[in-house]
Write a protein that binds this ligand. Structure first.
Ligand SMILES: [Zn+2]
Length: 239
């Protein structure tokens, strides 16, 4: 599917205001890109960190819940707080690449996208101790340049199945949990943010507060929670 996208020079502008039906169609035809994995599992992912103001609180909450997650980090944030990024990895979480700076691929040349991803991959790989596997572009906008660079760098693009819309000033723990549940499906990948560096100040507190509410909802549905590494994303519909 990625090859077809490259050939067509198409892009996936996931973050653009989309109706539920379009999102559902995309999930149906691009299940791997939308992070659909094993039916009894939820992949929990956090974008935009690591952030000394907020990420430690997420590490503590995840430890209490016994959850491990995937953190899509910005290379620029990793260079600012390499010790914290290493702490995230040491706590058993998976580190992944969100880009070096938080800029949409739509407004950048393929060469600029590749340079950004190369830099971010280096920063994340240096602290992770492992080569990162996953790439999620800023705003979920994946252009042909990002797809080509992912292939060249050995990164696998993945967006998300459902999100908490936790970046808004008006978000609350309840609204975040409700928004996640609105598109929650077996094998879903959930997007939240452990930093407000690209969103409304303090908005991370809504995501943090939503975690215990989500724990109840996931338990009710019998879903286990873990990082993408354990999600069984294979590009096919979950069986
Ligand atoms: Zn982001």
């Amino acid at each position: 599917m990625a090859a077809a996208l490259v050939g067509a020079g198409a892009f996936v502008a996931h973050a653009a205001p989309a109706t539920t039906s379009i999102a559902a169609l995309r999930r149906r035809f691009l299940p791997g890109l939308h992070g659909l994995g094993r039916g009894d599992h939820v992949a929990l992912t956090f974008d935009d960190g690591p952030d000394p103001a907020s990420t430690p609180a997420f590490l503590e909450a995840l430890d209490e819940l016994g959850w491990r997650a995937t953190f899509f980090m910005l290379g620029s944030m990793v260079r600012r707080s390499p010790g914290l990024a290493a702490e995230v990895a040491a706590a058993g979480h998976e580190l992944a690449v969100h880009g070096d700076v938080h800029r949409s691929e739509l407004w950048r040349t393929p060469a600029a996208v590749r340079a950004d991803m190369t830099r971010a991959r280096g920063a994340v790989g240096d602290v992770a101790g492992d080569e990162p596997v996953w790439f999620r572009p800023p705003y979920g906008v994946l252009c042909s340049g990002g797809i080509a660079a992912s292939r060249a760098l050995g990164l696998r693009p993945v967006l998300w199945t459902t999100w908490g819309r936790d970046w808004r000033a008006s978000a609350t723990p309840r609204s975040v949990a409700a928004d996640v549940e609105a598109e929650l499906a077996p094998g879903a990948t959930v997007l939240l943010h452990d930093s407000d560096c690209t969103s409304d100040p303090g908005s991370w507190r809504s995501a943090l507060g939503a975690l215990p509410l989500l724990a109840e909802r996931f338990a009710f549905r019998g879903y286990r929670v873990g990082p993408l590494a354990e999600h069984g994303v294979n590009g096919r519909s979950p069986g």
